[in-house]
Write a protein of this length. Sequence first.
Length: 311
Amino acid sequence: MIRHGQDFIAGLIIDLVAGRGELTDAAWRRIEPLLPQVDGRGRPWRDHRQVVNGVLWRLRTGAPWRDLPDRFGPWQTVYERFARWEADGTWARLLEHVQVRDDAVGRVEWTVAVDSTINRAHQHAVGARKKGVNGDELEDPGRSQARQALGRSRGGLTTKVHLAVDGRGLPLSIVLTPGNVNDATAFGQVLDGIRTPRLGTGRPRTTPDRVLGDKAYSSRAIRHLLRRRGIAATIPERRDQAANRRRRGALGGRPPAFDKVTYRDRNVVERCFARLKQFRAIATRFDKLGDRYRAGVVLATLILWLRESTG
């Protein structure tokens, strides 16, 4: 028992000294020029790298903001910077910058896999203000929770994270819904979320070469959408759909094309969820506001992209 306690304390000391999970020098060089700069007015900003590392520490541990170690500065400063950069789109711009650079050098693999994962909401994630959009009336609690991407399912209140990832398992699109929303319902939003600008001129790329999905995405509407946009689909047909097609005979049409070998590559999205859930504040939702929780997913996604591109 004493040995285990000593090992735990030693590991904690190493974590504190070495800064496990913090930005590497190579990653910092990639994003530093894109962060807001001091304009000479007001008080100077606290060091951006210190603050970003503080946000990452909280994201990795899932600890309350108030428990942030002193080496990251006042917890209020770290939280306010995190919230401000979520509101003004800084986190999203950082992620887009890394995606654009990787696409420009041909690293992005445009065979895209889609799927979702359900993350349980902690009791602290419940209780966001329930005022209406105009702020002049009390909003229905159920509608308020749905607006914050919270839904009640068998496991209680949950949030579902929908992803479209490239062939390396790096997210290109992130959509949050309440946990009781069907995957097929959110597919259009996930597909529309794929938007990678060009490094030079030209329209952003919004169309993958192929989409891989499990049976949850086997619907006539989804197949028609992909066909209309010129995107190849590798989605297995559900058993009830196949039985209904056979029952109708010639009127049922031909079975959809399906390549079992190509379908094996769909597991990259499962591996991506496993990597994202190493951040405990993503595996369990603690944020009351859906936008704040999504910002955490975006930041964790940025780290995955930086690890891939900086080695």
